[in-house]
Design a protein around this ligand. Sequence first.
Ligand SMILES: Cc1cc2nc3c(=O)[nH]c(=O)nc-3n(C[C@H](O)[C@H](O)[C@H](O)COP(=O)(O)OP(=O)(O)OC[C@H]3O[C@@H](n4cnc5c(N)ncnc54)[C@H](O)[C@@H]3O)c2cc1C
Length: 452
Amino acid sequence: MKSVAIIGAGITGLTAAFYLKRQGVPVTVFESGSRAGGVIQSIRKDGFLAEFGPNTILETSPKIAQLIRDAGLESRKLATDPKAEARYVVRYGRPIEMPAKPLGFITTPLFTAKAKLAVLREPFIKPRRDGVEESIGQFVVRRFNQEFLDHAIDALVAGIYAGDPDKLSLPHAFPKLKALEDNYGSMIKGQIFGARDRKKSGEVAKDRAAKFSFDEGLQVLPDTLAAQLGDSLKLNTPVTKLTQTANGWRVIAASGEAEFGAVIYCGTAYKLAELVIEAVKKISNSTFSEISYPPVGAVVLGFRREDVTHPACGFGMLIPKIEGFKILGTIFSSALFPNRAPAGHITLTSYIGGARYPELGLLPEKDLIGATLADLRVLLGVKGQPVFAHTKTWPKAIPQYNIGYGKYRDLLKELEAQNSNLVFAGHYRDGVSLGDSIVSGANIAERVKQLL
Ligand SMILES: Cc1cc2nc3c(=O)[nH]c(=O)nc-3n(C[C@H](O)[C@H](O)[C@H](O)COP(=O)(O)OP(=O)(O)OC[C@H]3O[C@@H](n4cnc5c(N)ncnc54)[C@H](O)[C@@H]3O)c2cc1C
């Protein structure tokens, strides 16, 4: 059996490696960093559990639950506390609970009567069929109104991409929303009538999907997958060059070189731009450096319960730019899962920077904490000082699927078509959520098995 090289030990590469190995395919995973997991990083300290990258997995596909079962992690899986369903959006300088039911939407102070009317009108707005690629911002203003964009969607976009709604592409960043308009003529009609179709396919809408983590945080998943790889996982081993051979690819890494039947690239787009690919048919991969990955600072603060006035019981709060705060949003981490804070304490995880304020994402730790605390004092009535404060800067956090992103996806397809047995998977191609990356890794393993 030919062996497979996997570049990148984030969740995509680890999932692909796990499934190939289970099917008897020999794999080697090359990771430039000193640990497995990519942007997943959980640390336990002083009784607090800090997540610096993702906080939860959304179970949008049956393949996600399947991986957890296959990895033997069901007993360590933690569903979010059902009491912590409330989501807040900041308006008028304070967090307001988002309505969960239609009746709540009518009475919520989150939107004016004008925005509420715009929602009621949406099913009657003609779908756009001229093929022009819109931003999510243009789409929302066209189908709802500016207020709905400024006070709701802008905050949601910050929560998913740390992105700019006027730049993010509707078909690339929000393909499911585009499909609702294409297939049902309206988002609201699609939400109602699409439920049956989603049930048939086993897919679950993001707003209804179950969310989960593990007893010791999300890091449990990459650690478990990495442990099963044993010596086949090569840490501190960046791959710098790939050379096509008669039978596959020669992989040139820091530690030496070896030949493989196939290569799966599961790294980042900006590192793909630096990879030297020597192939019979030359296609430039330097274009991938154009993809924007704005910096994000993750700020995890622990407080004595009595020092936070707001109950902070819920998923968290999202903050639209128009409200003038520095943080993009805060997850009420210790309300979501048990064991995230010692008794009598709470953990709040905030994000700062992104496409909205890239320069803030790169602030030194002291300033990240200072800016976050200043906002939390106003928004959640935080008093006193945190008893736990840790930050992590992601200089390149999440790729922005901005207008024109199709060019990069087309180039990946072209690279695959021109170079047999070199394939691409992960967050820069198949969607930016953790769940998307798991599905991407599982799918690429199936595809590569067929190639060998
Ligand atoms: C701050 C933050 C918060 C997030 N929150 C959530 C959330 O709550 N829920 C959610 O669903 N998603 C969230 N996401 C997104 C999600 O975590 C990621 O999209 C997903 O984990 C990406 O996995 P990946 O394996 O594709 O890439 P990565 O995790 O980026 O892994 C790629 C790996 O490839 C390695 N690599 C790159 N080039 C080379 C090379 N040449 N040689 C060897 N190794 C190489 C890198 O070192 C890295 O370890 C968040 C992301 C960030 C940054």
